[in-house]
Design a protein around this ligand. Structure first.
Ligand SMILES: [Zn+2]
Length: 401
């Protein structure tokens, strides 16, 4: 890797065009899924509404041929007789069936979703970083839970692999990684170490140490600037353990705040795939820590915390939720009002406007959507993280005590 990237001169903060040029956005670019999911969370359409169909590509390639039948079964739950009378919906469902039915070349064991709304000319396939249960929904908004989980599980981040002479910089998310630049602080090697006396040797070593520190400092400055300017949310640092400690010691400001963790790797034998594997483990741990911290922070704020379905639904109806934690898996039925967005876990009457409310299979999804619409944040909690004895879900933090 080192020879492939043999640098010729010092790269200074701000002068590297590979950090400054905006890239075309396609499915190979880190962050693509997150950008797609964020924009889909803002979608709203009522006639005939938004269709979201999700399924997971099987881990066993032999099961791929069963996908068209799975898709047909899912679409049948949406059409349910109404599509016969609505040619637009029928055409949309057919197009979804065709798209999801093609499974060759799709990542095994990962989710796929199609979100379509003919009224606003929307038809998008999203490759999710996680597995999702088969589901098909028709409503005024997309099925938001898989999108929220995708964003949460796939933050965009930088990986810096540091050693004494170089630093390699990658950008990655859960599914993709690309090397974007290298940085070197080593401009010239000494001409001849052998003939110098002890004092000279000391000076050379000291100046080498200073050069090394300056190299780490320059790399840290470039990362600081990149983290401020671009969408990457986090930083992961790898390399030999001494280089990692020396480099992390130079991180400051945003770069220090966003350090998700470190890993040990030999830069001279590394491949992008190995870097991604190590960094993904660091990121998974970071995501788990973040979920746990959020749960604890809400639970410990006794003046503003509410928990359990009825109370969190009540808080969402008041548009007062700052952070909502819902389980990442499982559903509960409930009711939603298509007039005002009011929710109920018990009655088919809107508690806000008293009009009839529509039955929904997944009230957690309506709860999440309602909180997002009112400007709150939603965190999906991995079942392995929530301890039911300690954190009753849903759990919400109100804006005011
Ligand atoms: Zn209502």
């Amino acid at each position: 890797m080192q020879s492939r990237n043999a640098p010729t001169d010092m790269t200074l903060a701000g002068s590297d065009p590979r950090l400054a040029t905006p890239e075309p956005d396609d499915d190979t670019m880190p962050g693509h899924t997150t950008r797609q999911a964020r924009s889909l969370l803002r979608v709203h359409a009522t006639n005939p509404g938004v269709v979201t169909v999700c399924l997971t590509t099987p881990r066993d390639p032999a099961e791929l041929r069963g996908i068209p039948a799975r898709v047909r079964a899912l679409l049948a739950t949406v059409s349910d007789g109404t599509a016969d009378r609505d040619p637009t919906l029928t055409a949309t469902l057919n197009a979804i069936g065709e798209t999801l039915g093609r499974a060759e070349g799709k990542p095994l064991g990962r989710g796929r979703a199609v979100v379509a709304a003919p009224e606003i000319d929307l038809f998008e396939e999203v490759h999710l970083p996680q597995e999702v249960p088969d589901s098909a929904m028709l409503g005024p908004h997309p099925y938001v839970r898989p999108l929220i989980s995708a964003i949460q599980r796939s933050p965009v981040y930088y990986v810096a692999v540091a050693d004494r002479r170089f630093a390699w910089l990658f950008q990655a998310d859960a599914a993709r990684i690309r090397e974007i630049t290298w940085i070197t602080g080593d401009q010239e090697r000494s001409r001849n170490f052998a003939g110098w006396d002890g004092l000279e040797e000391y000076r050379v070593r000291r100046s080498a140490d200073e050069r090394l520190q300056r190299h780490h400092r320059d790399t840290a400055a470039i990362l600081e600037q990149a983290l401020r300017q671009r969408e990457s949310e986090l930083l992961v640092v790898g390399g030999h353990s001494e280089a990692v400690s020396a480099f992390v010691a130079e991180l400051d400001g945003v770069a220090a705040d966003r350090l998700a963790g470190t890993f040990v790797i030999d830069p001279h034998t590394m491949t992008s795939a190995r870097v991604h594997e190590h960094a993904s483990t660091v990121l998974r741990d970071w995501c788990a820590r973040r979920q746990r911290t959020t749960l604890d922070r809400i639970r410990d704020d006794s003046a503003r915390a509410v928990w359990g379905l009825s109370d969190t639904v009540g808080a969402a109806n008041q548009r007062s939720v700052e952070i909502l934690c819902i389980p990442e898996e499982g559903t509960v039925p409930g009711y939603t009002c298509d007039e005002c967005g009011g929710l109920s876990d018990v009655r088919a009457i809107c508690p806000m406007c008293q009009r009839p409310a529509r039955h929904v299979d997944d009230l957690y999804d309506e709860l999440a959507y309602s909180v997002l619409r009112s400007g709150g944040e939603v965190v999906a909690i991995d079942p392995e993280i929530a301890d039911p004895a300690e954190h009753e879900l849903p759990l919400a933090l109100n804006r005011f005590g």
